[in-house]
Design a protein around this ligand. Structure first.
Ligand SMILES: Cc1cc2nc3c(=O)[nH]c(=O)nc-3n(C[C@H](O)[C@H](O)[C@H](O)COP(=O)(O)OP(=O)(O)OC[C@H]3O[C@@H](n4cnc5c(N)ncnc54)[C@H](O)[C@@H]3O)c2cc1C
Length: 406
């Protein structure tokens, strides 16, 4: 056995790969983390996730990441459900209802880029983590107790990296998942979502830091982000056949904001991007010594802020099992339990909930809309129902449910 062959190879220094690397090295397990981006362009990525739920904050805290990101984020205990017509506030939920369930009874609005920036600093200082930036994973082979990952290294040469396990944290386009021939089951929504970043004080209109806004024609999400400058992200659906170039033209973005706020005033728009939304789960999260985590294993609509969060939950679930294997407490059949636990949650919780969330926001039938509003009002008004609602929305239930799966 060569000196490095006992290590775990993780492909992808996104939030999931970085957290997994830190959880493993902190348990004395050597890791090589492979990332195709360079130090120069690592933070040059479009805005994506940023809503961090309480149970995820507990996990960040375990590896020492929470204290680094909290000062860069915005603590958001309140979430609102609105009807766009009016606009009318339908329901308000306060994470304080979860104070017996978590030491973090709030959401931290902190963008993915800040999380990976801080986690990367930690990984760079970590002697047990060999971080290989500017290195692109290409293919791999696995035998009974070993894996070999073939990469193009920063000198542009092909190189073999040996390890005991290989983890795909490479995101939705995972080469490892494709090379394992694992089906990515599910569907892609025909419409795309437009994200507009704007500097504006929505709070003066009564909005909370996080708002889900229902409308039969044009639903929306409205989220507050820390500065400088303080920004809000507004999401709108767009027609499936619309020209992407037209959708991101400054005059079109202005018209969207003006219609949304029913005003003629110009908005201070700082950015926009258009994204396609998929609902897909890999048919298996494990094949031999190779495992899938995060977006490599599942992707979903961002309504509800569950993608990155559930990916981080995969990372910690898997880390605990790998740590137990390395400490000779269990054999590696425990990795099948990782697949059972996290795949079940991806299908039954994350997919089901995010599909429901989108349906709730875009429902067209007036009778069903009425029923949905009544249900939300009733839930928010009853502390027991409201706590149950928040346990589900904050993903605490999904982590508890995973633990019960043998
Ligand atoms: C608009 C939008 C908003 C979102 N909002 C939320 C939210 O509020 N909350 C939430 O929980 N989720 C949200 N998500 C989802 C979230 O962004 C993803 O679930 C999360 O980033 C997945 O993390 P990951 O580490 O698995 O993969 P990624 O973040 O995709 O990271 C993968 C990494 O692998 C690297 N890589 C890829 N291929 C290779 C290769 N061959 N060799 C080496 N390196 C490679 C990439 O460069 C990248 O650094 C949102 C998504 C979108 C699109």
């Amino acid at each position: 056995m060569t000196k490095t062959s006992n290590q775990i190879i993780i492909v992808g220094a996104g939030p999931v790969g970085l957290c997994l690397a830190l959880a493993l090295t902190q348990a004395n397990i050597p890791v090589t983390l492979i990332e195709s981006r360079t130090d120069e362009n690592f933070l040059d990525q479009v805005p994506r996730a940023g809503t961090n739920h309480p149970i995820t904050l507990e996990m960040f805290d375990r590896i020492g990441l929470y204290e680094r990101i909290e000062p860069r984020g915005l603590i958001a205990p309140i979430v609102h459900y609105w009807e766009r017509e009016g606009p009318e506030l339908i329901a308000e939920f306060d994470h304080a209802l979860l104070k017996e369930d978590t030491p973090f009874p709030y959401v931290l609005q902190c963008e993915r880029l800040k999380i990976i920036e801080e986690a990367l600093v930690m990984v760079k200082a970590d002697k047990l983590c060999s971080l290989r930036m500017n290195t692109t994973f290409e293919s791999f082979e696995q035998k009974d107790a070993s894996v070999v990952a073939r990469v193009i290294n920063q000198e542009g040469h092909s190189e073999d990296i040996h390890g005991r396990y290989l983890i795909s944290a490479e995101g939705a386009k995972s080469l490892i998942r494709n090379q394992l021939d694992i089906e990515f089951e599910g569907f892609t929504y025909p419409d795309r979502t437009l994200n507009i970043e704007v500097v504006y004080d929505f709070k003066k209109h009564g909005y909370a830091d996080r708002n889900y806004i229902s409308d039969p024609d044009e639903w929306s999400n409205l989220f507050h982000w820390p500065g400088p400058p303080e920004r809000w992200r507004v999401h709108f659906p767009t027609p499936a056949d619309a020209d992407p170039e037209e959708l991101t033209k400054p005059e079109f973005l202005q018209s969207k904001m003006k219609k949304f706020m029913k005003t003629d005033q110009e908005f201070d728009i700082r950015g926009s991007n258009l994204y396609t939304v998929h609902q897909r789960v890999a048919k298996s999260f494990r094949k031999g010594n190779t495992l899938l985590v995060g977006d490599a294993a599942h992707v979903n609509s961002p309504i509800g802020g569950m993608g990155m969060n559930s990916g981080i939950h995969d990372a910690f679930n898997l880390a605990d099992k790998l740590i137990a294997i390395y400490q000779d407490e269990v054999d590696d059949t425990v990795l099948d339990r990782y697949d059972r636990q996290r795949r079940t949650i991806a299908v039954e919780h994350t997919q089901a909930q995010t599909i429901r969330n989108k349906k709730l926001l875009m429902e067209k039938d007036p009778t069903v809309r009425q029923q949905n509003q009544e249900q939300l009002r009733k839930t928010a008004a009853d502390p027991i129902l409201a706590r149950n609602f928040m346990l589900r929305a904050s993903l605490i239930n999904s982590v508890r449910q995973a633990q019960e799966i043998q």
